[in-house]
Design a protein around this ligand. Structure first.
Ligand SMILES: *[C@@H]1O[C@H](CO)[C@@H](O)[C@H](O)[C@H]1NC(C)=O
Ligand SMILES: *[C@@H]1O[C@H](CO)[C@@H](O)[C@H](O)[C@H]1NC(C)=O
Ligand SMILES: *[C@@H]1O[C@H](CO)[C@@H](O)[C@H](O)[C@H]1NC(C)=O
Ligand SMILES: *[C@@H]1O[C@H](CO)[C@@H](O)[C@H](O)[C@H]1NC(C)=O
Ligand SMILES: *[C@@H]1O[C@H](CO)[C@@H](O)[C@H](O)[C@H]1NC(C)=O
Ligand SMILES: *[C@@H]1O[C@H](CO)[C@@H](O)[C@H](O)[C@H]1NC(C)=O
Ligand SMILES: *[C@@H]1O[C@H](CO)[C@@H](O)[C@H](O)[C@H]1NC(C)=O
Ligand SMILES: *[C@@H]1O[C@H](CO)[C@@H](O)[C@H](O)[C@H]1NC(C)=O
Ligand SMILES: *[C@@H]1O[C@H](CO)[C@@H](O)[C@H](O)[C@H]1NC(C)=O
Ligand SMILES: *[C@@H]1O[C@H](CO)[C@@H](O)[C@H](O)[C@H]1NC(C)=O
Ligand SMILES: *[C@@H]1O[C@H](CO)[C@@H](O)[C@H](O)[C@H]1NC(C)=O
Length: 516
């Protein structure tokens, strides 16, 4: 009996060892020859100016190639990650950086040899440059795909309907190309596992059935149809996207959106520039899961009330930029204590500063171009109650602020962007401004600030743009004003009574692009 037990034990050990070595990365399965060949054929038709695919060499294990992932048990190629991950350089970046970015995009043609990768479930070709190529029909026969991303890659032409054959798809992203849909989105309705559908910028003006075609997708979580020329208010069907959380219908010409209010699972709604008119519908009130709501650039009636906001206590992002509102901002704003981003710029709104006191998570606030008629110190005081450690961007330009800049301003240690230009702020610039050590942009132009420019400004080592022009500042500017401004890119100080006579041997610590 004992012998049997021992040998059984030994047998189990052998099996265990076998399993361990099988799963162990060291005893890996190699690429399947025909699949390696298919990839090399695919590579031949690509243009790869930055040599991203230099590791794709005949005779080497294709599972080790850049962007290629194999199933560790079978060796079949299961994922191709060839989307360009790096994002575009910023607008100021030197031409060489932009050139390198464009060079790193793959181009050329997409060889049908991809079809030979029978087990491919993940295909990402996004953010490349297939300048003018149509989406190849054969992709519709790659039945194993669960993830297909062809976005941002300059594909043009009609969307092939046979993509509707890819019944395993969970993610389909064809957004930000120049595609169009000739008549119907019905082909989408068969993609019953779809969680993400991205067709932004595809011209769907003829696909008037877009809502019918998508609303019964049982697993759909994200729907991105920005800039799709959706025009007619969708026919009044009762929609029941049961799991939809993210809905982006921005940049369209919708008239009515009331059907949205049944979708209680929504967390994010983008209706910016979507042609919605009239009163802001209070239907949003019942959407208590909302975290992101962008209604900017629509023509709402100026007397729309915003009291419905008070129930949206999960809201983190709210934009009402340029929607034609007038009057007092609703006290409901005081209830939105989760807000991190608030934008109601370009309206004719006044706000009671005390409502800002409870916005304890605020990071970016844009109240510019309104009719706020308070002392600037009242606003700063209210904000200082609980956003001192978080506020990164504050824009109250183009309002009717008066009074003096308070010393308290220096307490906003995280503030990087401060715009108070085009108000009626008077008095001196407080020395405490030198404590705003995160400041990158300071614009206090077009006010009535007087006295001298504090030398302590020269300590703001992160400052990139400084505009104090069109005030009543006087006195001498010295080299000390710039002592630590090593990354200053623009400096405006015109229309004051300032004098600057630098020592001829002075070498500025910065290289400005604009000096006024
Ligand atoms: C597709 O790729 C783009 C660009 O690389 C990316 O921004 C987007 O999130 C991807 N879509 C999905 C569904 O992963
Ligand atoms: C694939 O889709 C096309 C167009 O939608 C259809 O005609 C064809 O029968 C489908 N093929 C298969 C195998 O399902
Ligand atoms: C969309 O296509 C229609 C014709 O189908 C055309 O009239 C319209 O101008 C297109 N929209 C855009 C934004 O290109
Ligand atoms: C959606 O509603 C339609 C009827 O309006 C119904 O036939 C369908 O089963 C519903 N779908 C889901 C996923 O509930
Ligand atoms: C919000 O929901 C309640 C209860 O479901 C309903 O009675 C009310 O009409 C809804 N309000 C709006 C504005 O849709
Ligand atoms: C706005 O609120 C202020 C103070 O609460 C009040 O005096 C004023 O009349 C209100 N203005 C409008 C247009 O409701
Ligand atoms: C804030 O919410 C509470 C409870 O949800 C409500 O009683 C109160 O009236 C709201 N305050 C404002 C200013 O809307
Ligand atoms: C201010 O907002 C109005 C709309 O309320 C707009 O017409 C105007 O161009 C805006 N001004 C600036 C300077 O942005
Ligand atoms: C600055 O302006 C204020 C009025 O806002 C005035 O009281 C003060 O004397 C002025 N200071 C200087 C130095 O001109
Ligand atoms: C200059 O700026 C740097 C940050 O860029 C900071 O670390 C340093 O303390 C500053 N020096 C002075 C004298 O303010
Ligand atoms: C400004 O500089 C000039 C010349 O360097 C000097 O004569 C004048 O006294 C200075 N003014 C002040 C207020 O420091």
């Amino acid at each position: 009996m004992k012998a049997v037990t021992i040998s059984l034990f030994g047998f189990l050990l052998v099996i265990a060892a076998a399993i361990i070595s099988f799963c162990d990365g060291n005893s890996k399965v190699l690429c399947i020859g025909s699949e390696g060949q298919a990839l090399l054929t695919f590579k031949q038709d690509l243009i790869d100016r930055s040599n991203r695919l230099s590791s794709w060499v005949e005779g080497e294990d294709c599972c080790e190639w850049h962007g290629v992932f194999c199933n560790s048990l079978t060796g079949h190629v299961k994922e191709l990650h060839l989307g360009l991950l790096s994002t575009s350089p910023d607008a100021y970046a030197p031409a060489a950086e932009w050139d390198a970015y464009f060079r790193s995009k793959l181009g050329g043609k997409i060889n049908p040899s991809l079809v030979d990768l029978k087990h491919l479930s993940f295909l990402d070709l996004s953010n490349n440059e297939f300048g003018g190529l149509a989406i190849p029909e054969f992709i519709g026969s790659m039945k194993s795909l669960t993830y297909l991303n062809l976005s941002w890659a300059n594909f043009v032409g009609a969307i092939p309907h046979n993509l509707g054959n890819l019944s395993k798809l969970h993610y389909l992203d064809l957004g930000i190309n120049s595609l169009f849909e000739a008549k119907t989105l019905q082909w989408v309705s068969g993609l019953s596992s779809l969680q993400y559908l991205g067709l932004s910028l595809a011209n769907l003006s003829k696909a008037t059935d877009w809502l019918q075609a998508t609303h019964n997708l049982p697993s759909l979580v994200e729907l991105h149809l920005s800039g799709c020329s959706l025009n007619n208010g969708p026919s009044p069907i009762s929609v029941n996207y049961t799991s939809l959380a993210v809905l982006d219908l921005s940049q369209n010409m919708l008239s009515s959106v009331t059907w949205i209010f049944n979708l209680r699972s929504l967390v994010s709604i983008d209706l910016s520039s979507s042609g919605v008119e009239g009163m802001i519908p209070s239907g949003f009130q019942n959407m208590s899961s909302l975290k992101f709501l962008d209604l900017s650039w629509n023509s709402f009636s100026s007397s729309s009330t915003l009291n419905w906001l008070s129930d949206l206590n999960q809201l983190q992002f709210l934009s009402l930029n340029s929607v034609g509102l007038q009057g007092n901002f609703s006290s409901a704003i005081g209830n939105l204590s989760s807000l991190t981003h608030l934008d109601f710029s370009n309206n004719q709104l006044e706000i009671e500063p005390k409502y800002l006191e409870s916005l304890c998570n605020m990071r970016e606030m844009d109240l510019s171009n309104n009719t706020i008629n308070h002392e600037v110190s009242e606003i700063i005081e209210s904000l200082s109650r609980c956003s001192l450690d978080r506020l990164e961007s504050l824009n109250i330009a183009f309002n009717k602020l008066s009074g003096h800049l308070p010393n308290q301003l220096g307490q906003f240690k995280t503030l990087a962007y401060l715009y108070l230009n085009r108000n009626s702020i008077s008095g001196p610039i407080p020395f405490s401004i030198g404590e705003l050590s995160s400041l990158k942009v300071l614009d206090i132009s077009y006010n009535r600030l007087n006295a001298t420019l504090p030398q302590i400004l020269g300590q703001l080592g992160n400052l990139e743009h400084l505009d104090v022009s069109n005030n009543m500042l006087e006195g001498n500017i010295s080299e000390t004003h710039f002592s630590n401004l090593t990354i200053l890119r623009s400096f405006w100080a015109s229309n004051n009574m300032l004098t600057f006579i630098p020592n001829p041997s002075w070498i500025p610590p910065f290289t400005v692009k604009v000096l006024d």
